[in-house]
Write a protein that binds this ligand. Structure first.
Ligand code: APR
Ligand code: PHB
Length: 393
């Protein structure tokens, strides 16, 4: 098989890139290790920046998010006994859209079906070869399906294979630099068929640990509580979750929160900050979680994957349709510049809102000072809001 761009990974990054390339007349194939049902069963975050929604529109997959996504004008911070609303709309003129990442993925699959996209499931990529542009060699991707090995030759390879995929490792150790921070806690999440506890998201800091009240729609809620990194999901019943959540969120919200609906999912996710530099090596380009991870506190994971794909699609379009390679040459620096700012924001918010077991009184006072500053300074709130709604592409 031969194509212009071989895409490793059929998560939101790979599927969106495939769709945008198709609209630009660039041939591509997506290789995804899992089944479609498996990919669509993964529950992830649910806050889209307006730039993300714009790219989904550009990709002709914005119909359902426009109809079903909920615009949110603000988010709330609850700090022990104090509360602070961040009025995103008043501070920035923009809103965010609450719409599940799983739904974005579903919309991309539907669009792929409609155009007869080449998306190969249960195709595990084993190796990515000849990306270094040596005369006479062609980049290729070797994958295994139904016990047999197959090879796709391509002009370029897009590594959209998430944090555990093989693409990043293809960049030689002598070139690759990785930056990482692993946090000593995770988030235990619960998705339920219950109306949201409050109309806006609540990020809650409490001495028992952080909690988040979020939602997917008027009838589906998503909640999280901070747990130690070693926590096992088997140790948590729904009842234990609700009880713990109630203790950490504002009393009036806890008192009226509906908890007697069906529990749709519970899982624990570790928290990590991670960046790989560069995001391009020869003919290989990384996008999304393959290149970087943020802790979920700022809801930036999917949004960053989308901005990478936006830059990468533009670079491929310039190359294939206009004969210019400067987009490809600038891709890594351009993507990383936005990535690092989102890393900074996610790290800052995580550091301010969570209970860190090793924090000494000094660090705790720093967290308090940070919250007080936000309470008293509109400039500080605007800084938070500007990052939360998403920095410009
Ligand atoms: N061969 C083929 N596919 C692979 C391989 C492989 N060897 N390894 C991993 N994959 C697939 C995974 O099965 C997964 O479906 O790559 C896909 C990567 O998808 P995601 O992990 O969803 O990553 P990405 O598309 O970059 O989306 C980023 O997802 O993880 C969240 O918080 C993150 O919201 C962010 C978004
Ligand atoms: C979610 O709804 O799953 C969600 C929302 C906001 C976050 C993280 C996750 O910061």
């Amino acid at each position: 098989m031969k194509t212009q761009v071989a895409i490793v990974g059929g998560g939101p990054a790979g599927l969106l890139l495939s769709q945008l390339l198709h609209l630009s007349g660039i041939e591509n194939i997506v290789l995804e290790r899992r089944s479609r049902d498996y990919v669509l069963s993964r529950i992830r975050a649910g806050v889209l920046e307006s730039g993300t929604v714009q790219v989904l529109n550009d990709a002709d997959v914005g119909g359902r998010v426009a109809r079903e996504g909920q615009p949110h004008e603000g988010v709330e911070l609850s700090w022990h006994d104090e509360r602070l609303r961040i009025d995103l709309e008043a501070l920035t003129g923009e809103t965010v859209t609450v719409y599940g990442q799983t739904e974005v993925t579903r919309d991309l699959y539907d669009a792929g079906d409609a155009r007869g996209a080449e998306i190969v499931h249960e195709a595990a990529v084993k190796r990515i070869e000849d990306i270094e542009g040596i005369e006479g060699s062609t980049p290729s991707v070797v994958y295994e399906k139904n016990g047999a090995e197959h090879r796709v030759e391509a002009d370029f390879v897009a590594g959209c294979d998430g944090f555990h995929g093989p693409a990043r490792q293809t960049i030689p150790d002598s070139v690759r630099r990785e930056f990482e921070r692993v946090y000593p806690f995770g988030w235990l999440g619960l998705l339920s068929r219950t109306p949201p506890a409050a109309p806006e998201l609540i990020y809650a800091t409490h001495e028992r640990g952080f909690a988040l009240c979020s939602m997917r729609s008027d009838s589906i809620s998503r909640y999280y509580v901070q747990v130690p990194a070693s926590e096992k999901i088997e140790d948590w019943s729904a009842d234990r979750f609700w009880e713990e959540l109630r203790r950490r969120i504002p009393a009036d919200v806890a008192d009226t929160m509906v908890t007697d609906g069906e529990v749709l999912e519970m899982s624990v996710a570790p928290l990590r900050s991670f960046v790989c530099e560069p995001m391009r090596h020869g003919s290989l380009f990384l996008a999304g979680d393959a290149a970087h991870i943020v802790p979920p506190t700022g809801a930036k994971g999917l949004n960053l994957a989308v901005s990478d794909v936006y830059y990468l699609h533009r670079a491929f379009d310039l190359f294939f349709n206009h004969g210019k390679s400067d987009g490809l040459d600038g891709y890594s620096d351009q993507a990383l510049s936005r990535v690092w700012k989102a890393e900074r924001f996610s790290w800052t918010l995580t550091s301010m809102l969570h209970d860190f077991p090793h924090y000494e009184p000094f660090e705790k006072r720093m967290q308090k000072a940070e919250f007080d500053y936000l309470t008293r300074s509109e400039t500080a709130r605007r800084g938070l809001a500007e990052n939360y709604i998403g920095l410009p592409f």
